[in-house]
Design a protein around this ligand. Sequence first.
Ligand SMILES: [Zn+2]
Length: 233
Amino acid sequence: MSQITQLLNYQKKDSELLALEEELSNSEERKKYIQTQSFLKKASDKLDLLEGKSQEMASLFERLKAKYEEIAETLKDYEHIGELVEGGADISFYQRSAQQLTDSLKSLKSDLAGLISAAKSAQEEYLSLKKKVISAQKQYPELKSAYQEYKKSRQEAADSIAEELRKIAEGIDENVLKKYKVKRAERIFPILCEIKAERCPKCGMELSIAEKDMVAAGKVVECENCHRFLYKL
Ligand SMILES: [Zn+2]
């Protein structure tokens, strides 16, 4: 049997293995398992983010509190304003100061409103995330074992194909098989293709004159563009 025919046999059997691999990677079992796994990973990062946010809000609250205390302290001056004015103090100074205090209070009020709204939305975000995490954590072990079960059930079929592939491989040149496996790993498939109208049937690249001669002599060439093995029987 020629090398080309043997490699074609190998590829035909290998396509069964590829179909099995695709079936596994596209299975609902795997999708659900991977999705939940990645959600839990992202949720953990998100929780760290929320923790950082809550620390920022706490320190902003401390700063606002200090501002409030400062204003309250200044307001004490006004308790005895009557006496001060009677004693000849400059009333316009106190008028300006009162205006500044009013402005400070206004800005404090708006900062506080912002903080309260941020705290509320952070809390809502946290509660909704927590609910989802609890539900995902509950489901995770079940999803994991369902996926592993499914994988195991397909493994037997995969093992049997792999065994047949080993037998076919015995008649194939080692270097050729090595190259084949590299391409397979690069997700090129089918790897060995029959030339159609002097072109690669997959990407349409035309063969060079030298390649046409080689092919005519029964040799396999590599497509310059998509790197498939090309032959003519
Ligand atoms: Zn090609």
